[in-house]
Design a protein around this ligand. Structure first.
Ligand code: URA
Length: 240
């Protein structure tokens, strides 16, 4: 018999972090054996007790999965889609556990996506204080100028937000299109696309190649692999 604190039990079921689980408990959204629990001290026995969150029975995943996926363009990073578009869940069906995307990539963006069933791990990676650097290869329409690169570097107005300084490197440019590398430590919605648009260039292709010190490398498009222990540590050590 293994007794687990209720918030740990909920986090281990993969639906959220331990901290958010405490909020769910406090807000009366959690039932143990049919009774609403709002106090923090509760312990549950994974083998005999039934825990429900918003009326849905959950169970802790004992085995943790940490993977990287090379997401192709044309897949969404939610678990289901109102418009019936393909989701990244379809590319990771062979993992015997309910894993979830950690953060998001746009439908049209490809590249490195981390997925896991460990709610605390996901929360730590996504927490703004973690400030993990994300590296993108961006192909934009038209020839980018040194002045536009300087503006992208120092920060631009993307409508509802002024971006923080970014690392920007020119890889190559022709009259038709330019290839640049952009490294940012924040993740506003469609940030890279909106940054490029704010200096007058639409994004033709966008690929994330690195998060913190973890690189996509040669993983084929549409394929996933387990993260190595060292990679898991790099992502959670706040040194990205
Ligand atoms: N920036 C974007 O614009 N899109 C992504 O998918 C990721 C970063």
């Amino acid at each position: 018999m293994e007794l687990l604190r209720l918030q740990k039990y909920i986090a281990e079921s993969g639906i959220t972090s331990r901290r958010k689980a405490e909020e769910l408990i406090r807000h009366g959204r959690v039932k143990v054996n049919g009774k609403t629990v709002t106090e923090m001290g509760e312990k549950v026995d994974a083998e005999i007790d039934t825990v429900e969150v918003d009326g849905i029975t959950i169970s802790p995943e004992t085995k943790k999965f940490y993977i990287m996926l090379n997401k192709p363009a044309g897949y969404i990073t939610t678990t289901s889609d109102d418009f019936n578009r393909p989701t990244v869940m379809e590319l990771t069906k062979d993992i015997p556990s309910r894993i979830y995307p950690v953060g998001r990539l746009d439908y049209d963006t490809q590249g490195l996506l981390i997925m896991s069933n460990d709610g605390d791990f996901a929360n730590e990676i996504m927490h703004p204080s973690n400030k993990l650097k994300k590296t993108y290869l961006v192909c934009i329409k038209g020839m980018i100028t040194p002045e536009e690169i300087r503006r992208l570097k120092s920060g631009v107005d993307i409508g509802d937000y002024f971006t923080r300084p970014a690392e920007v490197e020119l890889i190559g440019a022709t009259e038709r299109e330019s290839n640049i590398k952009i490294i940012i430590s924040e993740g506003k919605k469609r940030q890279v696309r909106r940054m490029c648009e704010s200096v007058g260039h639409i994004v033709l292709r966008l690929k994330r190649v690195q998060i913190g010190n973890v690189m996509l490398g040669n993983l084929p498009e549409g394929k996933w692999r387990h993260l190595r222990q060292a990679e898991i540590e790099l992502l959670t050590k706040r040194n990205g």
